[in-house]
Design a protein around this ligand. Structure first.
Ligand code: SAM
Length: 211
């Protein structure tokens, strides 16, 4: 089967600093794993950050994934928190394109609890869906977990996770991240480089504005 392609359909008008860090991380990890990363539905007016544009293997497309794979929908698997089937290593033989919603998460996650949510915009396009367990992940975590399952063939329940980690902002304050992350070899959650500093900076402005 062809090399894997991870597509994030960018569903917001802007590309904020959180998304930038997530997308740069996805691009670098995909390239290192011999996979491609495409950001689709990028408005032509959106100027992509150099840090992202220059990662080898990264492509941006102004078309929606629906147009890009109009003739080939069966190759595409939508990672969908509301799907009834979990993603399995065998799905790596069925699909070579994995599609994610490029949106920051909600707390509580809307995608899990109510019908009107952002991932559902992609669900309507008729791709087959798979779930990555019951907890909401950041987009880069969802791509990482998908890659571990379909490329490294590690079952979903054998991947080590950290749920809702507390990040220390300063000696008096900490903040809880409302997501599931993959646990790294050092026992800490894997996050994009620079994310901790961004969380600290944003928490000074008021964390609530982010969601
Ligand atoms: N709150 C958003 C919603 O209402 O749909 C979810 C945003 S999540 C941060 C970004 C993307 O990661 C989702 O669109 C989905 O493709 C993927 N994702 C995150 N957690 C997932 C899970 N548990 N199962 C399947 N996909 C997941």
């Amino acid at each position: 089967m062809a090399n894997k392609t991870y597509i994030v359909e960018h569903l917001d008008d802007e590309l904020g600093p959180w998304s930038e860090l997530e997308y740069v991380t996805i691009a670098k990890e995909s390239h290192a794993a011999g996979a491609n990363f495409c950001l689709s539905s990028v408005p032509s007016t959106l100027v992509l950050p150099a840090a992202l544009k220059h990662v080898p293997g990264f492509t941006a497309d102004e078309h929606s994934v629906e147009t890009l794979y109009a003739e080939d929908k069966t190759r595409v698997c939508l990672l969908d928190p509301a799907a009834t089937k979990e993603l399995s290593p065998e799905d790596g033989d069925l699909f070579d394109v994995f599609l994610f919603g490029g949106i920051l998460g909600d707390d509580p996650p809307r995608g899990m609890w109510i019908i009107v949510n952002r991932t559902s915009e992609l669900r309507k396009k008729g791709f087959q869906g798979r779930r990555l367990g019951p907890k909401q992940m950041t987009t880069d975590t969802a791509v990482r977990v998908t890659r571990l399952i379909v490329q490294e063939r590690i079952p979903l329940d054998k991947i080590p996770y950290v749920d809702y980690p507390e990040l220390r902002i300063n000696k008096n304050e900490s903040t809880e991240m409302p997501f599931r992350y993959v646990k790294g070899e050092d026992g800490e959650c894997i996050m994009p480089e620079g994310m901790l500093d961004l969380v600290k900076k944003d928490s000074e402005k008021g964390f609530g504005d982010l969601f």
